[in-house]
Design a protein around this ligand. Structure first.
Ligand SMILES: Nc1ncnc2c1ncn2[C@@H]1O[C@H](COP(=O)(O)OP(=O)(O)OP(=O)(O)O)[C@@H](O)[C@H]1O
Length: 717
């Protein structure tokens, strides 16, 4: 393969990045839609074909495992031969591979288990309960986040100063209990994967040197969202003999809340010298209007590394900006706009509805159903996180290692076999006191219980032993088929006609058939670990006839011809927790920028005057980000209200078509006088014609009232 085949179709800057001199490290600052994935793939192809770098000497880190699979597929296509053995994946999956390969040096046994976020939550919850830590005062999610934040920064338990406040003191207590629990049960959570693999290399000089010499080229995608421990990991592997090639965009760093450290990008330029920085500024995705409006928004962020994106594309349509009265009105507007597009021949999957919070999807779903438009939600419960899949995998875990306590707890009584909580508690206590696993405890304790309970417990332990024997010569997917039948899971879910749980179990069998084993890893352990690290996508991703719904975070890296960015209100975007915190507002602005730059042909923004969220009505101003987009790119759309008002002053009844917040005297914020309630401020209107209502906050008694507008008897002031 010659050089021109590798650089064919690349622009000058892309080409310069791909063919960069081998002697230098590189930071490719790649703007939204500037083709960074393309550059990364072509760079690897260039190294292999033009610089004779062996595939084993390349380490490629991606943001998701799906991105890694796609990268290998595209690379195979470009090179015209399959690429299967390259070390590629997320930091977590690579760390996992290192730990499984060198488990003894990492002071682990081969059977160590990976703890996903759900199981981590359950363990923290149990530990708090056992130690009488009140979850109403110390929400489990917050404690979990505290623990993970410390770990993501690479901070050890004993290094944390507990003198700050009571929350930290209590969280540290849980942290300590949690660490002991994980250590005793050989459970490794996500952050621990990184810490352990970092320490494995750091404490084993020979091993470190082996990998330093092996990986001549380390390529990292989405560098702006690396966290501290990931940065340390790369720095450790870096030597005079190898080179790093990092691709990222400081304007798209959106995972600060999860420990990502945007400063890693600037640190790179001082820690990895000599380094060449190349900016990719030509955007191939969006129309000029969408791109220029997005540029104007992100220009309000301080401390940017600076890029000015441009495009050869046409101006395209203006960006619609819709002011809705309520979230129902907003959803109606978005869905009816999508329906018009579909009627004009647009495919549903070319349309995406983006929002800030998962909970915002509900109302869109209701309206989509009403309009009979198929949709799919990304980022909800992922495939391997579903209960039925976790149950099935627990049986697989138990035949691999019957001492796996988490798996035991999940299925000892599922499907139900008459083993109640009291019995399970007895088993837990016995296991704790005698330092044995729950499975061992069951065998030892069962004879001391009632005959019925003994039979039930023996039934379970015998079932696991029989499963082990019967499936030992089968391949992975055959094993799963047998476990599903022997455990009764398949029969259990087959009876449930209201859900697609049975189909999900069948999908699990397919996933097992498709699983490609790493040469150096046991098949079952590899498959189970993959399920924990990369919980997979939605099950029904294959269909392309659905409107796509997702949070702005999940939309990272994707593109759609038509994008509807909803909930553009203060408190949602930017999210209320960022209030008065400039660095968090900057991150929210980046998130909005990511959302806007997903659009190829048409972007619609919307906000509501009133929103029912988390059980309350919220009245919010339009997002400050909307004001940061110059008017010339916007097509502002406001609804009109037909409302009947009786003016108290002159007793005139008049019908009006009102645009809220227009110069009309009746607008939100207008001052009114009422014969009975006195002075007040208009908060809201609702409905049409005779059934319209007006909401007013009266100064007297500070009360808020809805009045039928026809009889409101208001005097405008
Ligand atoms: N040289 C090129 N010529 C034509 N199209 C290109 C070129 N480079 C990239 N593209 C196209 O531009 C679009 C954006 O590319 P890609 O998704 O790789 O961008 P990105 O930099 O990863 O974007 P983001 O960071 O916003 O997710 C894709 O549709 C891609 O095919």
């Amino acid at each position: 393969m010659n050089l021109s085949e590798i650089t064919n179709g690349l622009n000058d800057k892309q080409c310069q990045s791909v063919t960069l001199n081998n002697e230098k490290n590189a930071l490719i600052l790649a703007g939204a839609g500037s083709g960074k994935t393309k550059v990364l793939i072509h760079r690897i192809a260039y190294l292999i074909t033009q610089k004779d770098i062996h595939i084993d000497a390349i380490l490629a880190v991606t943001f998701t495992n799906k991105a890694a699979t796609e990268m290998c597929e595209r690379l195979s296509k470009l090179l015209r031969h399959p690429i299967t053995s390259m070390w590629t994946g997320t930091f977590h999956s690579l760390a996992h591979r290192l730990l499984r390969t060198h488990y003894e040096q990492a002071q682990l046994t081969y059977n160590f288990q990976i703890l996903d976020a759900q199981d981590q939550f359950r363990i923290i919850k149990n530990l708090m309960k056992e130690n009488n830590i009140d979850e109403s005062k110390f929400p489990i999610k917050k404690v979990q986040q505290f623990i993970n934040n410390q770990k993501n920064k690479g901070i050890h338990l004993h290094d944390i100063d507990s003198s700050y406040n009571y929350f930290i003191k209590k969280s540290l207590k849980v942290f300590e209990l949690y660490e002991v629990h994980c250590k005793t049960n050989e459970l490794i959570d996500f952050a621990e994967l990184l810490i352990r693999s970092y320490e494995l290399l750091k404490n084993n000089v020979n091993l470190l040197n082996h990998y330093k010499n092996r990986f001549k080229h380390i390529l990292i995608d989405e560098f702006q969202d690396t966290n501290m421990i990931q940065y340390k990991w790369i720095k450790l592997l870096f030597s005079g003999n190898n080179k790093v090639f990092c691709v990222g965009d400081d304007d798209q760093s959106i995972y600060g809340w999860r420990g990502a450290n945007i400063e890693n990008i600037t640190k790179l330029c001082t820690d990895f010298v000599p380094i060449k920085t190349i900016r990719l500024e030509q955007n191939y995705r969006s129309t000029n209007n969408i791109l220029t409006a997005s540029n104007a928004l992100i220009a309000h962020n301080t401390s940017r590394m600076g890029k000015s994106l441009w495009t050869n594309a046409i101006d395209g349509e203006l960006i619609d900006m819709y002011e809705a009265q309520t979230e129902i009105d907003e959803a109606d507007y978005v869905v009816s706009s999508i329906q018009k597009l579909i009627t004009n021949g647009v495919l549903p999957n070319d349309c995406a509805i983006l929002y800030r919070l998962n909970t915002q999807s509900r109302i869109f779903e209701e309206v989509l159903i009403k309009y009979n438009i198929p949709y799919i939600i990304y980022g909800g419960l992922k495939f391997f996180e579903r209960a039925e899949i976790k149950h099935a995998l627990s049986y697989l875990r138990l035949i691999e290692n019957s001492d796996d306590n988490l798996a035991f707890e999940r299925v000892v009584n599922f499907p139900t076999r008459g083993i109640g909580n009291t019995t399970i508690n007895k088993i837990r206590i016995f296991a704790q006191n005698n330092h044995v696993s729950l499975f061992q405890a069951t065998i030892q304790v069962s004879s001391t219980l009632s005959t019925r309970t003994t039979n039930a417990l023996n039934g379970f332990t015998n079932l696991i032993e029989k499963m082990k024997d019967d499936t030992k010569n089968l391949n992975l997917s055959e094993k799963i088929v047998n476990l599903l039948n022997m455990s009764g899971l398949m029969a259990h879910y087959s009876n449930d006609k209201t859900s697609n749980k049975k189909e999900n179990l069948e999908e699990l069998i397919t996933a097992a058939k498709q699983y490609k084993q790493n040469n150096d890893m046991n098949e079952i352990i590899g498959f189970i670990s993959l399920a924990s690290i990369d919980s997979g996508g939605n099950t029904n991703t294959l269909t392309n006839q659905n409107v796509q719904l997702m949070t702005m975070h999940s939309a990272k890296g994707l593109e759609f011809p038509y994008v509807f960015l909803s909930g553009m209100e203060e408190g949602l975007s930017p999210y209320r927790q960022s209030k008065n915190k400039p660095h968090l507002i900057d991150e929210e602005r980046r998130l909005c920028y990511v959302g806007m730059t997903r659009a190829m042909k048409k972007l619609s923004l919307s906000y509501t005057m009133k929103r029912f969220l988390h059980g309350h009505f919220l009245y919010a101003d339009p997002s400050r980000f909307l004001n940061e987009i110059p008017d010339e790119y916007l097509n502002k759309i406001k609804v009109k209200f037909d409302i009947t008002i009786k003016n108290y002053n002159n007793n005139n009844i008049f019908n009006q078509s009102i645009t809220p917040k227009s110069d009309n005297q009746l607008h939100i914020g207008a001052l009114v006088n009422h014969p009975k309630f006195g002075l007040g401020t208009v908060l809201n209107f609702e409905g049409q014609g005779d059934s319209s209502r007006i909401q007013i906050k009266f100064k007297q008694a500070g009360s808020i009232k809805w009045l039928i507008s026809s009889y409101a008897n208001l005097e405008f002031i």
